[in-house]
Design a protein around this ligand. Structure first.
Ligand SMILES: NC(=O)c1ccc[n+]([C@@H]2O[C@H](COP(=O)([O-])OP(=O)(O)OC[C@H]3O[C@@H](n4cnc5c(N)ncnc54)[C@H](O)[C@@H]3O)[C@@H](O)[C@H]2O)c1
Length: 269
């Protein structure tokens, strides 16, 4: 039987792939035969390091560092992707930010009413605007080819809502899910699918501080894991496996969906 997850001949671009979940997605795609994997990150050294790992895995890794909240830089990235690898067939909007994960921020859990429009701007730009920017710049190539896959990484916070300092982040991620459903309707006739993967707490550099607290304090662990049916945090490979499936030919009849990878934290009908 042929490999259902085979990505031969396909070029993927993953935003924020210099570490964490995005890096793992890139490595899975390389391992499944992607012709090219473009690593975007705002931190150039991170993007270059992961592009080298992709190369070592036998795919063509290309680092295109850029701040994807900047429309002009996203347009330039799309041009570079086209000129260097012929365009993008699989777009994964992974870059996101729930706010500073410093010990003080985690301890204080600011109320929404202590946050300001300046804080909101950052959350909205990276979690909501940037997927629109990359979709606007990169999908015309997919329409031309009559083939494409768009996968947007959101959070369970966007499905169930989280209060305090995660409130605006929840709204921005929910906005991306709504945008993705509309996009799926616009793109279906072009053989392009668009879906979201909604993550629960996952062990990455972004969550290292809270993971440490959970490991060292049984009371914090009990509270943090109380809503998880599977009593652990996710690993980057958990959502990355779902992204690989949605990027592959195996998912060609799935579009406009939000698929939770969350250890049962919340459940859908
Ligand atoms: N880790 C979790 O518990 C968790 C839970 C729910 C949702 N998510 C979502 O999963 C995605 C990946 O999270 P992660 O934990 O791997 O994050 P991470 O912070 O470990 O990695 C994100 C990467 O994105 C890059 N990035 C940030 N802003 C950028 C920008 N403007 N332009 C380009 N690159 C940028 C960072 O430099 C970093 O390398 C995010 O969208 C996040 O909101 C994560």
């Amino acid at each position: 039987m042929s490999d259902l997850l085979d990505l031969s001949g396909k070029v993927a671009l993953i935003t924020g792939a210099g570490q964490g979940v995005g890096r793992q997605i890139a490595l899975f795609m390389a391992a499944h035969g992607a012709q090219g994997v473009i690593i975007n990150d705002i931190v150039a050294e991170r993007a270059q390091a992961v592009a080298a790992e992709v190369d070592a895995a036998g795919s063509k890794g290309l680092a295109l560092p850029a701040d994807i909240t900047d429309w002009k830089k996203v347009q330039q990235m799309a041009e570079d992707a086209k000129s260097q690898l012929g365009g993008v067939d699989i777009l994964v909007n992974n870059a996101g930010n729930a706010g500073p994960a410093t010990a003080e921020a985690l301890a204080s859990r600011k109320s929404f009413f202590e946050t300001s429009p300046e804080d909101w701007e950052m959350w909205i730009r990276v979690n909501y605007y940037s997927p629109m920017f990359t979709c606007r710049a990169l999908i015309p190539h997919m329409i031309e080819k009559q083939y494409g896959r768009v996968i947007n990484i959101i959070s369970d916070a966007g499905r169930v809502g989280e209060p305090n300092n995660l409130l605006v982040y929840s709204g921005a991620k929910a906005g991306t899910a709504g945008f993705t459903r509309g996009l799926a309707k616009e793109l279906g006739r072009h053989n392009v699918t668009a879906n979201c993967v909604a993550l629960g707490a996952t062990n990455t550099p972004a969550t290292a501080k809270s993971a440490e607290a959970v490991k060292s304090n049984p009371n914090i662990a009990k509270k943090a894991l109380s809503r998880y049916v599977i009593k652990r945090f996710g690993e980057p490979s958990d959502p990355a496996a779902m992204v690989l499936f949605l990027a592959s030919g195996a998912s060609s009849f799935i579009t406009g969906q939000t698929i939770p990878v969350n250890g049962g934290y919340s459940m859908t009908l």
